[in-house]
Write a protein that binds this ligand. Structure first.
Ligand code: AMP
Length: 113
């Protein structure tokens, strides 16, 4: 797998505003926020996209969702928030390192574009 900018953020070679870190994941603020709160939760394991997740990664996926929800609560998004995973070209994925977008702080429209 080709190196991504997120691998460099994990290794602290590129700065990011980090919100959470544990042994399995890192969460940091998106550099181009689409909502007042826009955080990316990424596994430290360099999985390119959802279609390359294996059965062994199932607990990791659950962990990412739990961490995203805990961050949402910590950042006072109790009124609501959205988790998004873009997958592949049509899904709008631009960085080939699996990530969950946590969006909140405003009323979000549906359906997304
Ligand atoms: P996606 O389009 O779903 O692959 O999302 C990639 C996200 O990464 C976009 O929302 C970008 O704004 C964000 N992004 C790209 N580079 C950086 C960076 N250096 N620090 C934080 N977020 C980034």
């Amino acid at each position: 797998m080709a190196e991504t900018i997120f691998a460099k953020i994990i290794r602290r070679e590129i700065p990011a505003q980090i919100e959470h870190e544990d042994e399995m994941c890192l969460a940091f603020h998106d550099v181009a926020p689409q909502a007042p709160t826009h955080i990316l939760v990424i596994p430290k394991k360099p999985i390119p996209r959802l279609t390359e997740v294996t059965d062994a990664d199932t607990p990791l996926l659950g962990h990412l969702m739990r961490v995203a929800t805990e961050i949402a609560m910590k950042l006072n998004l109790a009124n609501g928030f959205r988790l998004v995973v873009n997958c592949g070209t049509d899904g709008g994925q631009t960085v080939d390192h699996l990530h969950i977008h946590l969006l909140g702080g405003r009323s979000l429209r549906w359906p997304p574009g």
